[in-house]
Write a protein that binds this ligand. Structure first.
Ligand code: MOS
Length: 740
């Protein structure tokens, strides 16, 4: 094989604007609900107004006679919708497994009981309210306090934590809680289904088109090749759009039944009922330490609620087993069923609520030890992952902590509560460590080098607003030497080679090996064409004698003057495009033995200002230092961390979905009552990347980014609140009245 080397300045590691930016700001980017087809109909679901019971009767006789109504589907006439077979790993995965309208049992408030199909959206809304449903109602259980339901399972265990904790003189034992949080991307979930008599084309708000196709093919009972799923642009997702939800099957079934395109856009209220949320967690944390601050034991026992039928586990102990060193540890978990829709992944599922508990406990332990909380963390830095006995591929948490402390000015901190003042305000300073998984999933990609001098790279992953389009172009640019503006990136379509879900912060790490290999193979095709082409100046040469650099083919020994543009080589041989494909295996869920523990790390430092006179609390300043491997593109990467921090302000101070205990309804199911952090709530954010490549993950050493910035931040903020006010908030969010 010829050496393929590239000498142009690397675009990987730069600070580049998103290549899809102009399409978005000019309105040319087609989001799911922008799709419109001749003869398209509108679907509006009818939602249950009870949380537990049965449908006694459903009368659609008035609704079907209303203007423009094409059909009212319910359990009796929706036609076949099958259960998706149990998932193996992340193949054909979904959280709410029951197909919509499968039976007449109501298990949560808002559950779809029917769907109205009309010529216009307004007609469908009107008729949906005319469907008369009588329920046999039972008392639902939508309580957010969780009592263990059966024996907890042991997630991880080492040593003898009970004995050590019992006999320890310095210990801490508290319970922390995080509320139900609901994903609220501005783009509502939507599905536009087009059935052509044989195949479905589904335009979806999906963070994972490949998985979506597998699930919907199974539900609709058609071969996978008869389902195409398209998700070119997303107005974000935060995990809520990772896996299919029932509305997608409703739109597809209606399109099939009526032989017309059908659009279903979920309402903001349905966003709180039907498309997942982060579940309520309750987490007891027990720590013991020596007088010097070495952790002698750590116990993390957590519960989360799940729905009546599905076993969604919020893996709160994700980071607990490896973040600090301690010989004695146990993590246990339990699920508690509630009459609430099925929970799902939300930004940093597991680790984010888990770290709120464990990092808050570390802060409280530091206070008991009269130790600086940064020092406590540095002292308990482990040499390896003690949870699985593997070395870390690349761990720089200590450096995150020390750099963060320096940038924040931590050495100026006086630990006494309320002791720091500035401009008449009380200051509170708090910090936390953070961590998140670093994984790869199997990916395929194709790169075409075309005879017009451009390249095309394609992969059925998607860009949920994080910069994936740009990253793929950067990888191809890095490999081929073509400038970014000559590289077309095509994503978000199951017609393309299968790619990763945009989740777990692993899309970037996953696409790098496959796209690199595809580019390499495409360049090799060009070199072969160069040696074979009758009119090629390199005709008769061995490919090993040639180089592909900066988009040109050279004779190695004669150097640059012999260069011929790759597209001229292709034209001389009458080849339209040189195609290369690449394929890489995943690490996530793989049974292959691991050599390393792969994670991202970081440190969060937060400053709050407190004005007790007017009960005003603000997060004023955040310094965050992130160790997420090589940063492919610092501009979208920084945006990701900034967004995570802002979302962390929301988690700490605002976000909470409240259920009416009588009806089981989410009662703040709109953006006026469910408070998310806005620009006005956003602190000054200083983001630093350590940028150490993690070459265990891929050749560029990128781990991916996104959720890591959301980890630890809520606990840094509540620790700062304690420092300012003396009130330790262990139940999120902070309510201002707790502080008075
Ligand atoms: Mo993220 S919760 O894996 O989209």
């Amino acid at each position: 094989m010829a050496t393929i080397r590239n000498t142009v300045p690397a675009t990987v590691g730069g600070s580049l604007p998103r290549i899809d930016g102009p399409l978005k700001v000019s309105g040319a980017a087609m989001y799911t609900s922008d799709h419109h087809f001749p003869g398209m109909l509108y679907a509006v679901p009818v939602c249950s107004t009870i949380a537990k019971g049965r449908i006694a009767s459903l009368d659609s006789s008035v609704a079907v006679e209303m203007p423009g109504i094409q059909a009212v589907y319910h359990q009796g006439n929706i036609g076949p919708l099958f259960r998706s077979a149990p998932a193996s790993g992340l193949s054909a995965y979904l959280d709410e497994r029951r197909p919509p309208l499968e039976d007449d049992v109501i298990r949560y408030y808002g559950q779809y009981v029917a769907v109205v199909i009309a010529q216009t959206f307004e007609q469908a809304v009107a008729a949906a309210s005319a469907v008369k449903v009588v329920y046999t109602e039972e008392k639902p259980d939508a309580r957010t306090h969780l009592d263990p339901d059966g024996k907890p399972s042991v997630d991880s265990s080492r040593g003898t934590p009970d004995e050590v904790f019992a006999s320890a003189s310095i210990k801490h034992d508290e319970t922390y809680g995080t509320p139900v949080e609901t994903h609220n991307p501005i783009e509502l979930h939507a599905s536009v289904a087009v059935w052509d008599g044989q195949s479905f084309t589904l335009y979806e708000t999906s963070q994972g088109v490949v998985n979506h196709r597998e699930v919907l093919a199974q539900m609709l009972g058609v071969p996978q090749e008869n389902v195409r799923v398209i998700s070119r642009f997303l107005g974000s997702g935060f995990g809520g759009k990772l896996f299919p939800w029932p509305h997608s099957a409703l739109a597809a079934a209606a399109s099939r039944n009526l032989n017309r395109p059908v659009k279903l856009v979920v309402s903001r209220q349905m966003m709180f009922q039907n498309v997942g949320h982060r579940p309520r967690t309750q987490q007891r944390v027990r720590l013991s330490a020596t007088a010097e601050g070495r952790l002698t034991s750590l116990q993390h026992d957590y519960l989360n609620h799940t729905s009546i039928l599905d076993d969604y586990k919020e893996n709160c102990g994700e980071a607990t087993t490896y973040l600090y060193g301690t010989p004695n540890l146990r993590v246990t978990s339990g699920l508690v069923r509630r009459n609430i829709g099925t929970p799902t992944s939300m930004r940093g599922p597991g680790a984010v609520p888990g770290l709120f508990a464990t990092e808050s406990a570390m802060d409280e332990l530091a206070i008991k030890l009269k130790m600086d909380p940064v020092e406590l963390r540095l002292l308990n830095e482990p040499e390896k992952d003690e949870g699985n006995d593997l070395p870390f591929s690349s761990r720089h948490l200590s450096e995150c902590l020390t750099i963060g402390a320096r940038k924040f000015g931590w050495s100026q901190r006086t630990p006494e509560v309320g002791s720091m003042k500035k401009d008449g305000l009380t200051l509170g300073w708090g910090m936390a460590s953070c961590s998140w998984i670093a994984e790869r999933v199997s990916t395929e990609a194709t790169v075409d080098l075309r005879n017009d001098g451009t390249a095309r790279v394609s992969c059925a992953t998607q860009d949920i607003g994080t910069g994936t389009y740009t990253i793929l172009a950067q990888i191809v640019s890095e490999k081929t030497g073509l400038p970014l503006d000559k590289i077309e990136v095509v994503l978000g379509d199951t017609a393309l080679p299968p790619g990763p879900i945009s989740g777990g912060s692993w899309a970037t790490a996953s696409v790098i090996p496959a796209v690199s290999q595809a580019a390499q193979n495409a360049m090799q095709v060009v070199l072969t064409a160069a040696t074979k082409g009758k009119n090629s100046p390199f005709s008769g040469q061995e490919t090993d004698a040639l180089n592909f650099e900066n988009g040109q083919v050279y004779l190695k020994e004669k150097g640059g003057e012999t260069g011929v543009a790759f597209h001229d080589i292709l034209k001389q041989s009458n080849i339209n495009a040189a195609s290369g494909s690449g394929k890489s295996e995943g690490t996530f869920g793989s049974t292959a033995p691991r050599k390393y523990s792969t994670h991202s790390f970081g440190a969060q430092f937060a400053e709050v200002t407190w004005q007790p006179e007017i009960a005003r609390l603000r997060v004023n300043r955040v310094v965050t230092v992130i160790d997420a491997g090589r940063i492919m593109n610092s501009r979208p990467a920084r945006n990701q961390i900034e967004g995570s921090v802002v979302m962390g302000v929301g988690m700490a101070l605002f976000e909470k979905t409240t259920y009416d205990p009588r009806q089981g309804a989410p009662i703040n199911s709109n953006l006026a009552d469910y408070i998310v952090a806005t620009h006005a709530d956003s602190p000054e954010i200083d983001v630093t990347f350590l940028d150490y490549p993690d070459l265990v993950l891929n050749e560029f050493g990128a781990r991916g980014i996104g959720e890591i910035g959301h980890a630890g931040i809520a606990s840094a903020i509540t620790s700062a609140v304690y420092h300012a006010t003396g009130v330790r908030v262990r139940e999120l969010p902070v309510h201002i009245e707790d502080l008075l």
